[in-house]
Design a protein around this ligand. Structure first.
Ligand code: PMP
Length: 428
């Protein structure tokens, strides 16, 4: 019987059966458009509002602060571009003095965010709409909150730092950054509603804190007040919900502009017919998390077992990222003299699914921007393997995977060893 072991839960998760059951009626029997006024529409709209409440309860906010999107990519784009766009139009309508008009808004983010955050920032820079500072994490894959503080400038309007890195699973000090932002903002009399033209930017607009919490939802308290964030992105398919649906939390009073034109859905912040079955799935998936609390301990013990065994049984391997400030489901290794893509393909041939770098960049042999951000040399980033487990992972699966991994690493090293010997022979 062929084996199939899934160790790529950070890429996506299977839809929980309960979640799927909740979604099913909304594909067929209850198919209404949530914006329609008739009973079909109302039925759909009630389901959407139930889901919004489930998400709001999870994040400790009001329902009106949740905007449904197509996933974390869109949530992140909306958060970052929406804040800059709103700020830009306020600048124009306020008719502030020449220096301030020409002063671009400033964003602080990190160099190891998900590509959708980095690319959103890069496109703002390219279009000359914002300037961006990218902060590197320390060698352990954790950002120093003090480095974020140091990067704040007079024209800073947004700080965006992820909760948990998707590749190396390291947990970032969002609460600490939240406190820094709160303290910074409290220096000024923030008058977002009626700023005066001659006030410096930082006085007119408080700094907003955004976090991409996509990889944190399953395992961490994401209460927005405890985190101290104004904007938070999430995606349903990482939490045993469906693909193609996500949410953005937007704190009341936060000025964000829509980035997509069309209908007035989602409080005018996100145009487009709502994905009702997907949204129902998101709500059900979020509500299910509170039933998973006891499972977190099991995931942590499996992860620790896996890390310990790999470090002990395979030579020349290192764990990337902090051992302690790490998501319960993530283990990321670098194997010396091994090429990550070959490792993945050989594991796949044995029925084991894992990842190298992030799934979104696999297929390209570019060195991982996350590992580079830790200060690793490009040539050292190629032998990396991300193993991410989940609520359906068993110890037996881990044991089987490790024994296959040992065999494959040995084979790959023999090949690369021979290639090197050949190379030296030819070049001697
Ligand atoms: N941010 C992070 C941290 C992620 O892990 C992912 C998914 N790889 C995304 C954003 C993008 O999410 P989505 O697939 O919902 O667009």
């Amino acid at each position: 019987m062929s084996i199939k072991i899934y160790l790529d839960y950070a890429a996506t998760t299977p839809v929980d059966k309960k979640v799927m059951q909740a979604m099913l009626p909304y594909f067929s029997d209850r198919f209404g458009n949530a914006s329609s006024l008739h009973s079909f529409g109302q039925e759909a709209s009630q389901a959407v509002e139930k889901s919004r409440k489930q998400a709001a309860d999870f994040f400790g906010c009001d329902s009106e602060e949740i905007i449904f999107t197509s996933g974390a990519t869109e949530s992140n784009n909306l958060a970052i571009k929406g804040v800059v766009k709103a700020y830009r139009s306020a600048q124009q309508t306020l008719g502030v003095s020449g220096r301030q008009v020409s002063q671009k808004p400033h964003i602080v983010t990190t160099s190891f965010e998900h590509h959708c955050v980095l690319d959103a920032c890069k496109s703002l820079e390219k279009e000359n709409l914002a300037e961006v500072t990218y902060i590197n994490p320390k060698k352990d894959g954790v950002i120093k909150a003090a480095d974020i503080k140091k990067a704040i400038k007079k024209n800073t309007i947004l700080i965006s730092v992820m909760c948990v890195n998707n590749e190396i699973g390291t947990v970032q000090p969002i609460k600490e950054i939240g406190k820094i932002v709160k303290e910074y903002n409290s220096q000024f009399k923030i008058q977002n509603s009626s700023p005066k033209a001659d006030q410096p930017m930082a006085e007119k607009f408080k700094i907003l804190l955004h976090t991409d919490a996509t990889q944190a939802i399953n395992y961490f308290d994401c209460n927005v007040d405890k985190l101290g964030v104004d904007l938070l992105s999430m995606s349903a398919h990482k939490i045993y919900g469906p693909k193609g649906v996500g949410a953005l939390y937007v704190r009341k009073g936060t000025n964000i502009a829509r980035v997509q034109d069309g209908g007035g859905q989602e409080f005018g912040k996100r145009a487009g017919t709502l994905n009702v079955p997907g949204i129902v799935g998101l709500g059900a998936a979020v509500a299910e998390i509170k039933n998973q609390k006891s499972k977190i301990k099991i995931v942590v013990s499996l992860r620790d077992y896996l890390i310990k065994k790999i470090l002990k049984e395979i030579p020349d391997v290192k764990l990337n990222g902090s051992k302690v400030k790490r998501s319960p489901n993530n283990a990321n290794f670098s194997f010396k003299n091994v090429e990550g893509e070959s490792l993945l393909l050989m594991l796949d041939a044995e029925g084991i699914a894992a990842s190298t770098g992030s799934a979104c960049s696999s297929g390209s042999l570019r060195p991982s921007h996350v590992l580079l951000s830790l200060g690793m040399k490009p040539e050292k980033t190629h032998g990396s393997l991300r193993v991410t487990i989940g609520k359906y992972t068993t110890r037996k699966e881990i044991d089987i995977s490790i024994s296959k991994l040992k065999k494959i690493i040995k084979q790959l090293r023999e090949i690369s060893g021979n290639v090197l010997i050949d190379y030296y022979k030819k070049n001697d």
